[in-house]
Design a protein around this ligand. Structure first.
Ligand code: C5P
Length: 225
């Protein structure tokens, strides 16, 4: 029996990976499948939450138990997330957002005949959605970020996490440590979750669905009233 411990909570989850258009047929993307974010959204819905999922190019199906908004690029994800976050008690930013996008989107497909042997793409920084959420949030809103880190040393990892939490103004950071993690696209995951003070509040390994439930177990005690 699933405990309905999220009844009455409004949870916003972003998942997947953004695609930054180069021209009408090409993009710059990443390997995020969306599995971990979708698993968190599904687990929250199963536990009674009202869930909105913003999916960027998801490679996995989504259950009918939640509201789903589909986006492509980081800018689309930013708009949809900032709008939906106004009504959320808990925001979980699991999406892999491109840090940069092409400075201009070419209207017609780029033809090699017009480019020769070398083509240069100029990229510009995308807005940091999480940092913007952190600036705009109501006091009662709980915000959770994700990060892939390669730092092998626990103490230095905690320092990096603390700095990132402060920079982005979020309450928790779920860290996929490269070397622990089975990586993008797989069914399993290994994560550490850190609070604002840099303390590790969770270390868990298993299916993305079980990792989702452990993360929600921690967030259950975060009062959003
Ligand atoms: O700084 P870093 O990319 O490691 O931060 C990762 C976290 O920030 C993730 O939660 C990701 O969804 C979020 N992010 C964002 N907007 C960006 C880049 C990352 O919200 N432009």
């Amino acid at each position: 029996v699933v405990q309905k411990d999220y009844t009455g909570r409004r949870v916003l989850v972003t998942a997947g990976g953004t695609r930054e258009p180069i021209d009408p047929v090409r993009f710059i993307g990443n390997r995020s499948s969306g599995k971990q974010g979708v698993a968190i959204a599904a687990a929250a819905a199963a536990r009674g939450a009202h869930v909105t999922l913003i999916g960027a190019n998801l490679e996995v199906p989504v259950a009918a138990s939640m509201e789903v908004l589909r986006v492509g690029s980081a800018q689309e994800l930013a708009e949809a997330t900032l709008r939906a976050a106004k009504d959320a008690d808990l925001v979980i930013m699991a999406a892999a957002v491109a840090d940069y996008r092409p400075a201009t989107v070419v209207e017609e497909k780029i033809a090699k005949e017009s480019q020769g042997d070398r083509l240069t793409l100029e990229l510009v920084r995308n807005p940091d959605i999480l940092a913007t959420l952190g600036e705009r949030r109501a006091d009662s809103q709980v915000i959770v970020g994700f990060a892939a880190e390669t730092e092998p040393d626990d103490e230095r990892l905690r320092e990096r996490a603390r700095a990132k939490l402060a920079r982005k103004g979020c309450d928790f950071l779920v860290v996929n440590r490269v070397g622990w993690s089975e990586g993008f696209g797989t069914d399993d995951n290994t994560v550490a979750m850190l609070d604002k003070g840099g303390d590790i509040v969770l270390e868990t390994s298993g299916t993305k669905s079980s990792v989702a439930d452990r993360i929600l177990d921690i967030l259950q005690f975060q009062n959003s009233t």
